[in-house]
Write a protein that binds this ligand. Structure first.
Ligand code: ADP
Ligand code: MG
Length: 295
């Protein structure tokens, strides 16, 4: 997943506790091996190579996650779109490379979630356009920690914190106190803009600082506006809090693309989810459930 992960848990039996941490890490590796576009043998890479020629049979797991991603695309009118990678793959943030305007133009039409055709009876995936590539980078880390939390819960663990980059899932509290999770300052990685007390919840932050390079005074970062094929502008970070980490991960990316006003409007329609947006000027904007505490 190209990110640092951590698992923290309480267990009465230390050996069992350590084994459970290993089980969670093994689950992350399993998901990464299936869903990473950086691995040429992963299921998603096979689909990217083959689904334009003919429908490809997918595992229930990958089919299910792609289905959830497409649902988020429909709800967000295409702000969240796993076909962003049809252009997105031309960016290399580490090498400071980006596509030219001509290269973007030649492929922009391939960014459209409606090009991904799922057949639930046959469990197949097909692409309607030969230029389509999909990438689950905006949702897979949340899915992985949600799976990790499920493993721990089924093993009877009551208190745990699972983190993968900007995504965190907590089980229970921290033995009587809420877990305190900080939201990173988008321009100072040793500072937080705020801290939140969390119990049994997920929290995901998307930022323009995770993967980027600068050129001519402009920051080129890893969240792509599907309508332009270029990195979005106007937001420094978006944090989403709610019950399910797959959703908070997908939603933080979604709101990042939607921008401050449309993003807050979008999250207000989802009663179980709240958001904190850091706008281009560094100002914090909260959704209404956070402004007015419910308890
Ligand atoms: P991070 O990976 O830093 O935690 P996000 O959860 O916001 O941040 O995911 C960003 C990733 O989402 C990008 O690296 C890319 O793989 C993917 N992505 C970029 N733009 C979009 C988009 N418009 N829709 C869906 N996924 C996207
Ligand atoms: Mg995300």
């Amino acid at each position: 997943m190209g990110t640092r992960v951590s698992v923290e848990l309480w267990h009465d039996d230390e050996v069992r506790g350590r084994d459970l941490v290993d089980e969670v890490l093994a689950e992350y590796r399993r998901i990464d091996a299936r869903m990473s576009t950086y691995k040429s043998g992963s299921e998603i890479s096979i689909i990217n190579r083959s689904a334009t020629a003919e429908p490809v049979v997918a595992s229930d797991e990958l089919f299910g996650l792609i289905d959830r991603a497409l649902e988020l695309s429909r709800r967000s009118d295409g702000a969240f779109d796993i076909t962003y990678d049809s252009v997105g793959y031309l960016y290399d943030f580490r090498a400071g490379q980006r596509p030219s305007a001509n290269e973007i133009d030649a492929r922009l039409g391939a960014i459209d979630y409606r090009h991904v055709i799922l057949d639930a009876d046959a469990n197949t995936i097909a692409f309607a356009d030969p230029r389509v590539r999909i990438n689950l980078g905006g949702i897979a880390k949340g899915y992985a920690i949600e799976r990790g939390a499920m493993i721990l819960e089924e093993a009877g663990v009551q208190y745990a914190l699972l983190n993968a980059g900007g995504d965190t899932r907590v089980l229970g509290d921290r033995r009587g106190q809420p877990w305190i999770v900080g939201i990173r300052h988008p321009r100072a990685d040793d500072q937080v803009v705020t801290r939140l007390p969390l119990v049994d919840e997920a929290i995901s932050t998307s930022g323009d600082y995770e993967r980027f390079f600068e050129e001519g005074g402009r920051r080129y970062h890893h969240i792509i506006n599907p309508t332009t094929g270029a990195p979005t502008e106007g937001t420094l970070s978006v944090t989403v809090i709610g019950p399910d980490a797959t959703m908070t991960d997908g939603l933080s990316t979604t709101l990042f693309v939607l921008g401050v006003d449309r993003g807050i409007e979008f999250i207000e329609r989802m009663p179980q989810y709240e958001a904190i947006v850091v706008d281009a000027g560094g100002k914090l904007v909260y959704s209404s459930g956070l402004v007015t505490p419910t308890d």
